[in-house]
Design a binder for this molecule. Structure first.
Ligand code: SAH
Length: 421
């Protein structure tokens, strides 16, 4: 039998275009196909289009809907988006919770309290306050950079609630300003979400913001920088790298604004650091950050990683530590094999540059590449290079990036620290 699906597409995603109900109560019921309910009993928050049997009612983008089994037993409450394959995002697993402003505020409040308990509430520092599914707020990311907030929305339903969310953030955090970062192009297509950079509240910073990280100072450009301006997920991994850097010649490949290299030079006591990125904007930031921290032994270069690694190898250069922190190589599960090949190539090049006893700090932020696959890739590198690789630490994102055990898609960052014999 063909599923009967009632679809009404909202004239899209202007934040002023509020859902037809803001009572937080469902306007429709969505029945799932038989045998497709199990992940949601396990609290997975994403209901795909393919799991939907029938829609009873006529929800429009952002509306509250109840999700039931094929025979009508309540499972969860979520927000509807007909423009996305990810048809419903779930926010509550009981029928008494209303998806209204009070709920968003209490979720924000408990996420912020968690950061406080982690000691990440120093207003001179930066922290991720809201980490989407990890904080039961699928589709919402909020980073605090000193006194400013940077908000990223990856779900249409959240974009329609931006006003409520910013109101709550203003009360809870009292920032000087809240800046909205526009949706990435791929995402706008996936979610039917068209948002551009915008000032939501207060004032935008006039220039770069300076934040402290484990005692180092970094300039962050909130409106021009990558992601929300700084890679906060690597905060503690930079320290872990620095702890191994003493006396070593360090190569910080894919350095962006220099986080790893500066920590190794200033706190780790590295002999010297060569920091490389293909983006000139990034290397300008890295140089400025090295200067800001008085790191005179950091050299910064704009170059392609694959070419630079090969060139250093042909020149017979050797390093005591190589840091690899490439951008996401796998955008989807189908791209995983190609991504693993690319990881193999750069890691092999890095291992070839390491002197015996050298340290490799190798990261992957591709969620589609599992921790096991990543380590198997390193095992392939050991085999091909004839070098022994000993894992010393297997790290992930900093704790202000919590991962829900019900949504392991949120566990994307791997950072392996290994000794190369
Ligand atoms: N290690 C950084 C974050 C790196 S993000 C930190 O701690 O902040 C990945 C970086 O890789 C980006 O800055 C991007 O500009 C750079 N990049 C992307 N493709 C590259 C390539 N082919 N060669 C060198 N750098 C590249």
């Amino acid at each position: 039998m063909d599923p009967i699906v009632t679809e009404v597409v909202r004239d899209n995603a202007s934040p002023t275009n509020l859902p037809s109900t803001d009572s937080g109560l469902p306007v429709a019921t969505v029945r799932l196909k038989p045998k497709r309910a199990r992940p949601f009993f396990g609290r997975h928050p994403w209901v795909l289009e393919s799991a939907v049997l029938r829609v009873e009612g006529a929800p429009v983008g952002g509306d509250v809907v109840d999700v039931t089994t094929h025979d009508g037993h309540f499972i969860a409450r979520g927000l509807w988006n007909v423009s996305s394959k990810l048809r419903i995002r779930l926010y509550a697993f009981d029928a008494t919770t209303k998806l209204d402003a009070t709920l968003w505020r209490s979720r924000l409040e408990s996420a912020i309290a968690l950061r406080r308990s982690l000691g990440l509430d120093d207003r001179r520092e930066a922290a991720r306050l809201i980490n989407s599914e990890g904080d039961a707020l699928s589709g919402l990311i909020v980073d605090r950079y000193a006194d400013y907030l940077s908000v990223q929305v990856t779900a249409l339903a959240m974009s329609l609630r931006l006003d409520e969310i910013c109101n709550a953030l203003e009360t809870l955090v009292q920032p000087k300003g809240i800046v909205l970062r526009g949706a990435e192009r791929g995402l706008s297509k996936l979610e039917g979400l068209h948002l551009s950079d915008r000032l939501m509240r207060g004032s935008a910073p006039a220039g770069p913001i300076f934040v402290m990280e484990h005692g180092l100072k970094f300039g962050v450009d909130l409106t021009e920088g990558q992601k929300t301006g700084f890679y906060l997920d690597q905060r503690d991994n930079r320290q872990a790298a620095a702890r191994m850097a003493r006396g070593r010649r360090v190569l910080d490949m894919f350095c962006y604004s220099g986080g790893f290299g500066v920590a190794c030079a200033v706190q780790g006591g590295a002999r010297s650091v060569l920091a490389v990125d293909s983006s000139e904007k990034a290397t300008v930031l890295a140089k400025a950050n090295a200067d800001l921290n008085g790191a005179a032994n950091v050299t910064v270069e704009t170059a392609d990683a694959f070419e630079k690694l090969a060139a250093l190898e042909s020149a017979g250069e050797k390093f005591g530590m190589v840091i690899l922190d490439p951008p996401k190589f796998a955008r989807s599960r189908t791209a995983t094999l190609d991504a693993l090949r690319a990881y193999h190539r750069i890691n092999r090049l890095a291992v070839d540059l390491l002197e015996p006893g050298g340290v490799l700090i190798s990261s992957s932020c591709s969620g589609a590449v599992s921790r096991e696959d990543f380590i198997m890739m390193l095992s392939g590198v050991a085999q091909r290079s004839g070098r022994s690789i000993q894992i010393l630490e297997c790290r992930g994102a900093a704790p202000d990036h919590p991962v829900s055990v019900s949504c392991l898609e949120g566990e994307y960052l791997k950072c392996v620290i290994a000794r190369i014999a």
